[in-house]
Ligand binder design. Structure first.
Ligand code: C5P
Length: 407
């Protein structure tokens, strides 16, 4: 990929120190970086460290006499392929909302013709304040893109949403953005994701289900949609936050999920992340089952239809790339490779569900991406949104290789 240029605006917050790590990561991966150091950013990061890491002095003033640093706000915004504001403070967001151009950073942003990524970092109360949330809404409507914030322990000692995404997470979002822009300029792609558990009702109040939270599948749908892929999500019972712009079909049972999937075909890419219950009762009792031996003994179960296998075997509107998941407690790789063959998919995302710190219900995951040729790549433990970005990157790489029309 051609070298990409990123303009990083460093805001005034304690998380500013993480910008140095991010710059190192980006430089190591051949990105060109210029920086604007805001007045309050200067309280946390020095011009000297930015110069040492980027190879050029940070821009600080609208008006200056220093010839070397002379570049006007228009050329600076045209130079960049992407603008990143990190950390984005509550105050900075409110300035952007009003369209203020009071210093170099706000003027460059207002004059920019590129996508602008805001990376918020602030105290949980500041983030959840109605005023900030209204600003977030307006900024999204203006077209600003957001990375994070995440939930976690903050520098002030409080816990909650408002923590800045890690340099690793920000880097993966940026990389995906550029990588996928390349693909998307060539073809408009569509994707279908299944996520969450299913519930198979025995009677009006009891059901067979599992511990899936839907978090990983929803994060994948969000990651696909954020890079401009038209994404449809068939979601079992789950409270995971789905991005605006994704078409969501809520379902309860495995049969409903299959029917919804069939209706949403054709798509280019299908990702089956749902933990569909393996079994379902043959009949749902209209009234609550009694404890009597007879009623319980007459419960008859049947296998649920396998949606992933259906997609892999169908001749009608078969997706061009099919991705399955494999949740195992032992022989993870061996069992996952077997699943690729049996379910005719192109990629399997294998995760070990015997661990409590990752997988089902956790905000974290650790996966192996295995393809039908037996290639295997491990993604070590990270937030599910981070894992989702890397999965999407991998999916698109495979898609490029598989699909001659796109090359
Ligand atoms: O066979 P197993 O349930 O382990 O396979 C997991 C993969 O198959 C996941 O991708 C899951 O979404 C998919 N699956 C499905 N329909 C089922 C069972 C599993 O789509 N009934």
């Amino acid at each position: 990929m051609k070298t990409k240029k990123i303009l990083i605006i460093i805001g005034g917050g304690i998380a500013a120190y993480k910008s140095l790590d991010l710059i190192r990561l980006l430089k190591k991966n051949n990105f060109e970086i210029k920086t604007i150091l805001t007045k309050s950013g200067r309280e946390f990061v020095t011009p000297l460290s930015l110069t040492a890491l980027t190879g050029s002095k940070p821009h600080e003033n609208m008006f200056h006499t220093d010839e070397e640093a002379k570049i006007d706000h228009i050329s600076l915004s045209r130079w960049a392929d992407l603008v990143l504001v990190l950390p984005t403070t509550a105050n900075f967001m409110s300035k952007l909302c009003q369209g203020r151009a009071e210093d170099l950073s706000t003027t460059v942003i207002l004059a920019s013709n590129k996508d602008i990524f805001l990376v918020p970092a602030m105290n949980v109360r500041m983030w959840s304040h109605l005023a900030t949330q209204q600003n977030v809404k307006s900024l999204k409507n203006y077209g600003y893109k957001f990375i994070g914030p995440e939930k976690g322990e903050m520098a002030c000692g409080e816990y909650g949403e408002g923590k800045m995404s890690s340099p690793r997470q920000i880097y993966s979002e940026i990389k995906n953005y550029f990588y996928n822009q390349k693909i998307l300029t060539q073809k408009k792609l569509t994707a279908l994701v299944t996520a969450g558990p299913t519930r198979e009702y025995l009677d009006p109040v009891r059901y067979i289900s599992n511990e899936s939270s839907g978090k990983q599948g929803v994060a994948i749908a969000n990651a696909l949609s954020r890079i401009g892929i038209k994404t449809k999500l068939v979601l079992g019972p789950s409270d995971s936050q789905v991005d605006k712009g994704i078409k969501v079909i809520k379902v309860t049972s495995g049969i409903e999920m299959l029917n919804a999937v069939k209706k949403l075909l054709p798509v280019d890419i299908a990702v089956c992340a749902a933990a569909v219950s393996d079994v379902k009762p043959i009949n749902k009792n209209t009234d609550k089952l009694k404890k009597s031996y007879n009623q319980l003994n007459n419960l008859k179960l049947d296998k649920n239809p396998d949606i992933l296998e259906y997609l892999g075997k169908t001749n009608k509107s078969k997706p061009r790339l099919i991705v399955g998941f494999s949740a195992e407690t032992k022989d993870l790789i061996k069992n996952s490779k077997k699943k690729i063959r049996e379910k005719y998919c192109d990629i399997i995302i294998a995760n070990d569900v015997s661990r409590r710190d990752i997988g089902f219900n956790s905000d974290y995951n650790e996966v192996h991406i295995i393809d039908s040729k037996g290639n295997k790549e491990k993604i070590s433990k990270g937030k599910k949104s981070y894992i989702a970005n890397l999965i999407v990157e991998n999916i698109l790489k495979k898609f490029l290789i598989n699909d001659k029309n796109i090359n």
